[in-house]
Design a protein around this ligand. Structure first.
Ligand code: PLP
Length: 405
């Protein structure tokens, strides 16, 4: 079976290791020796309750999540969180500052790609009279004035005073732009520009980089969230790390005029009921637990940081070689490129189709870029091995050595 599998460089849902899939198959038949499959057993059973508590403990340990923060398991994906963060954080702001006029409540958005842009659009839909402030729009700094092709320099940001939230997307999956994890790099997130208040309302979308390396300044965040479907498991599970002061009584806030929050998106409901006010996505939780256990055996996020760093270096190196030959063109300014999603064009008539069919012939799939950006996108999530990356790099090099006739 495993021999028939291809190398899946797709952007998500993405590849999972064969050993995990085989183990998950066993769990579908018999979960933890119960004689019932994971998709059949009650989420209230003692076996599943213990399992989900273990998954939470693994995340806490591997990402070094401090006791000030809770870990919640929701559904609705990153898209659900575009809404949830706005509603829960506006409720919190209402409780903190009931005296403010609507338009005095501000939500700060950092726009570095289509996902943060989509999140800001949702904020405009849901914010009522509150103001959505664009702290920076990276498109205005781009080479053509309209593309998301870079992380802005620190002097380009304008943050508000005491906003209800400050939102950014750490890795923009579509454009392939990511904040640097090196705080001294100009492409790092500008933490030093934010207030020194220990209860910063900082919200980070980590959908496509969660668990690929340590999260800088995790403890300074109000909320970090990610869907499982890139680095952890099947779609359906959304992991939310939330500081406890952001788990608020949304109904009390609604009595003061805040927008009511749907139960399925209320952090307090999930925190109070150990993430099980309703049926959680049991299979996705199960596979995520298997992946986390394997991560721990391999050395956790430190292991993945080292491997993922080498993987992306190899791909960017061959991309630069291709640029030198005038055959490839990277979409993103040097220094702003993502470790997880590398976006480039293959130049020349019909060259992209040739590139893709050559890759396909070698069992490499999922390389076609997002429809909004075009070109090629190489996704290097945790399940892509260094050997698979080497095979891809070798193919790209061969391709560059055989320019069109
Ligand atoms: N944010 C980022 C960075 C993403 O990559 C995605 C999806 O790929 C989303 C949000 C939306 O997530 P979902 O499809 O889980 O709603």
């Amino acid at each position: 079976m495993a021999e028939s599998r291809v190398m899946n460089f797709g952007a998500g849902p993405s590849a999972l290791p064969v050993s995990i899939l085989e183990e998950a198959g066993k769990g579908l038949l018999n979960f933890e020796g119960t004689g019932m499959g994971i998709a059949e057993i009650s989420h209230r059973s003692k076996e599943f309750s213990a399992y989900i508590a273990g998954v939470e403990a693994q995340i806490r340990q591997q990402l070094d999540v401090p006791p000030t923060h809770s870990i919640l398991f929701l559904q609705g994906g990153g898209t659900g969180q575009f809404s949830a963060v706005v509603l829960n954080m506006l409720a919190r702001h209402r409780l903190l500052h009931p005296e403010l006029e609507e338009e005095e409540r501000v939500l700060d958005y950092v726009l570095t790609g289509s996902w943060s842009n989509a999140a800001a659009k949702e904020a405009r839909r849901l914010a009522g009279g509150a103001t959505v402030n664009v702290a920076v729009d990276a498109r205005t700094l781009s080479s053509d004035g309209k593309s998301f092709d870079r992380i802005p320099p620190h002097d380009a940001y304008t943050f508000s005073n005491d906003p209800a939230l400050i939102y950014y997307c750490e890795n923009e999956t579509v454009s392939g732009v990511q904040f640097s994890n090196d705080e001294s790099a100009p492409e790092s997130f500008p933490f030093e520009l934010l207030s020194k208040n220990s209860l910063l309302p900082l919200v980070g979308d980590y959908s496509s980089s969660f668990m690929s390396r340590p999260i800088p300044r995790l403890a300074d965040h109000a909320i970090i969230y990610a869907g499982a479907q890139k680095n952890l498991g099947p779609a359906g599970l959304t992991i939310v790390i939330v500081r406890q002061d952001c788990i608020v009584d949304v109904d009390a806030a609604a009595k003061l005029g805040a927008v009511p929050v749907p139960t399925g998106y209320t952090y307090k409901t999930f925190a109070d009921q150990k993430s099980m006010p309703n049926t959680p996505p049991v299979f996705a939780v199960y596979v995520t637990g298997l992946v986390l256990k394997r991560n721990a055996e391999l050395g956790g996020v430190a292991y993945y940081e080292a491997v993922n760093k080498r993987k992306q270096e190899k791909v960017y190196k061959v991309l630069r070689e291709g640029e030198g030959k005038g055959l490839l063109k990277g979409h993103v300014k040097a220094g702003s490129g993502s470790w997880m999603n590398i976006v480039f064009e293959v130049l020349g008539d019909g060259a992209e189709a040739r590139f893709l069919s050559g890759a396909e012939a070698r069992g490499m799939k999922g390389l076609k870029g997002h429809r909004s950006v075009g070109g090629i996108r190489v996704s290097l999530y945790n399940a892509i091995t260094e050997e698979q990356t080497d095979s891809l790099v070798e193919y790209i090099r061969e391709f560059l050595d055989q320019p069109p006739l």
